[in-house]
Design a protein. Structure first.
Length: 333
């Protein structure tokens, strides 16, 4: 069976050609739904997806007659994507996601239908100032979560932590269903503070990186933000830069910890995820966010069963999950 998966995010689109369970080709374009939001049209995104698909076929020497299905996930199914597919309401697992797949004809992109995996939202209630903090949504993280659940779930609640530009904390119940999520702007805040504030000079406009990660400075920034707030912690980083011998990488780690303090506060305050205090916590994603969150959670002590998941293969979790979901659909994908 030869299939193609498409994963579209805020700034990037990736398409993978699959021969059975083996990756046979990959194409990426630096285009995402942010382009649609800023330009008021999804024409650029359509062209990027079309280019990815055409290039995959060209490099493999195949044509569309050899493709059994094209499966799309992520922000591509949002109102700024290619086809808006309603969110499922949590709890939802692999079965619900498979049944929620929507088939769409987009002939200006390719001659085959594209099957869109829906996202998940926390609640179906009307949102007001009284309950808005209970609401959250995901598009794309559900496929990553399904892959992690299939690999790691052992019949007890889990808390999956997927750090990135928008960090997702995903609750999973005993049955392996996603119960909802909490989202923060951790990565975007790090970038904004480090490149577009008075702190930029102190960190040389750079974020903390894996090669210069410093646990002590990260925890110092975390504690500072918990006690004094993010704004004060960030200005304190400038004080450290001007009046001590701490280097720009030291300050970048301090800022990393300060920003992540808000993430941990949000999870503890969440009525949805607070019950996961005794759940198995699984951390994945890129460094040094993953290591920083592990060190902070370990030092904090609120969660006791913490694991770091390192992928065993180069197969993206999002694509692995998309194929798992597609395999259970009524379309025979």
């Amino acid at each position: 069976m030869t299939r193609i998966t498409i994963d579209c995010g805020t700034t990037n689109t990736r398409a993978i050609l699959w021969s059975g369970d083996r990756m046979a080709g990959e194409q990426n374009r630096p285009v995402g739904v942010r382009d649609t939001a800023t330009e008021g049209s999804n024409a650029k995104l359509k062209q990027a997806v079309k280019n990815c698909l055409d290039s995959l076929l060209l490099e493999s020497g195949a044509d569309y007659s050899a493709i059994s299905s094209i499966i799309a996930s992520g922000m591509i199914s949002s109102n700024v994507g290619l086809a808006e597919i309603p969110h499922l309401t949590a709890p939802a697992g692999l079965g619900e996601l498979a049944r929620g797949i929507a088939r769409k004809e987009l002939p200006d992109i390719c001659p085959l239908p594209i099957y869109f995996i829906p996202g998940i939202k926390n609640s179906a209630e009307k949102i007001t100032l009284a309950n808005y903090l209970d609401m959250d949504v995901m598009r794309g993280e559900e496929t990553e979560s399904v892959a992690l659940i299939r690999r790691l779930h052992k019949g007890k609640p889990m808390l999956l932590i997927l750090p990135g530009s928008h960090t997702k904390f995903v609750g999973v119940d005993e049955e392996g269903r996603i119960t909802g999520c909490v989202t923060t702007l951790a990565g975007e805040l790090l970038a904004a503070i480090s490149r577009h504030t008075v702190i930029a000079d102190a960190v040389e406009r750079r974020l903390a990186d894996p090669g210069s990660y410093d646990r002590r400075m990260t925890l110092e920034g975390y504690e500072s933000a918990l006690k004094h707030g993010l704004g004060r912690a960030c200005f304190s980083a400038r004080v450290l830069s001007n009046f001590t011998d701490h280097t720009p990488p030291d300050i970048a780690n301090f800022i990393l910890g300060a920003v992540l303090a808000g993430d941990i506060t949000a999870v503890k305050a969440s009525s949805l995820l607070a019950a996961h205090e005794r759940a198995a916590v699984v951390l994945t994603g890129r460094e040094p966010l993953r290591q920083a969150l592990y060190d902070i959670l370990s030092a904090d002590g609120y969660f006791r069963d913490i694991h770091v998941y390192t992928p065993e293969t180069e197969v993206p979790l999002s694509a692995e999950g998309a194929l798992l979901i597609a395999g259970g659909s009524e379309y025979g994908l």
